[in-house]
Design a protein around this ligand. Structure first.
Ligand code: MG
Length: 303
């Protein structure tokens, strides 16, 4: 009986949101389909944001309307404000992931409000969430802010408490700009766990400074149940300068599965999907296992 860790595929949302090349609806649906076939149990399929600010997400409603319904895979939509939250609730999704930014400056740039207003809004919106939709929250800039610098632990815990008052079904901490180290992951997950022993915890990591996969490992060891990742390691944030890709799904699957931790995701299918997104974006993506291949090779293991 091995340990299980859930991988949430975020390439259709975070993975492509900052890409200049706009992908067709058909390509986005194939990406989602590949994630389902690879074994993803949850996929962040889109975000409900202003299309003028994030053109890649302009077809959020069309993506949701075309999602396959004959699957156990759960679909998540991201929202930053009231309008986005309400759109997500009406899009026939399983979950809404609402973002509250821990620092005021980034909160203003990302969603046009300060942090306290974001916390209040999340508490207000969750009172009217339809029964069919689970509301979770992601606390962005939980490990550092692109504008204000260090995120004091006290400040983060204040934001966590404010959001937890709304009773989200899951709490995610996001290293939006990829500044965390494994020591930070240990410290912050332990601090949150001490306050809330039962809430399912999720980590959203960026590999901006090459600490992403180490942070994922630290998170798993610290008891995080779910990790966000994207095929090929694509990703970025339109409102955070120099934010680069998420951790690559296939690299994460390789590390966890080879360490005896079950993800439910098939490595070769994830590699194929990473190659698919690389072709679609017409540029080299950061993933490493897709370039090196798995180990041992199937023929070697059979020999
Ligand atoms: Mg992100």
């Amino acid at each position: 009986m091995g340990q299980n860790v859930e991988i949430i595929e975020v390439s259709p949302r975070d993975g492509i949101q900052n890409e200049k090349k706009l992908l067709s609806l058909e390509t986005k649906l194939e990406l989602i389909d590949r994630a389902i076939k690879a074994g993803a149990s949850r996929i962040e399929v889109t975000s409900f944001v202003n299309p003028k600010r994030v053109p890649q997400m302009a077809d959020a409603d069309e993506v949701c309307a075309a999602l396959p319904r004959n699957t156990d895979c759960k679909f998540i939509g991201l929202a930053l404000n009231r309008r986005g939250f309400e759109r997500a609730c009406n899009a026939n999704l399983d979950e809404v992931n609402f973002v509250v930014v821990a620092s005021d400056t980034f909160s203003q740039k990302n969603q046009g409000t300060d942090t306290e207003t974001g916390i209040k809004l999340f508490n207000e919106l969750t009172k009217d969430t339809p029964q069919s939709v689970s509301a979770g929250v992601t606390i962005a800039a939980a490990f550092g802010c692109p504008f204000e610098g260090e995120m004091p632990l006290d400040r983060l815990l204040h934001v966590v408490k404010g959001c937890m008052a709304a009773n989200p079904f899951e709490l995610a901490l996001a290293d939006t700009i990829g500044v965390a180290t494994p020591a930070d992951i240990n410290q912050r997950i332990a601090a949150v766990r001490k306050l809330y022993p039962d809430v399912p915890l999720r980590l959203h990591l960026h590999n901006t400074r090459n600490t992403g996969i180490a942070n994922a490992w630290a998170g798993v060891q610290a008891g995080v149940q779910a990790l966000d990742s994207s095929f090929g390691g694509v990703g970025g944030c339109p409102f955070a300068p120099r934010a680069t890709g998420n951790i690559p799904t296939e690299d994460l699957v390789y590390m966890l599965e080879r360490a005896g931790i079950n993800t439910g995701v098939d490595l070769q299918s994830a590699i194929d999907a990473a190659e698919f997104i690389e072709r679609a974006l017409e540029k080299t993506v950061p993933g490493m296992v897709m370039k090196a291949g798995s180990f041992p090779k199937p023929t070697e293991s059979a020999a």
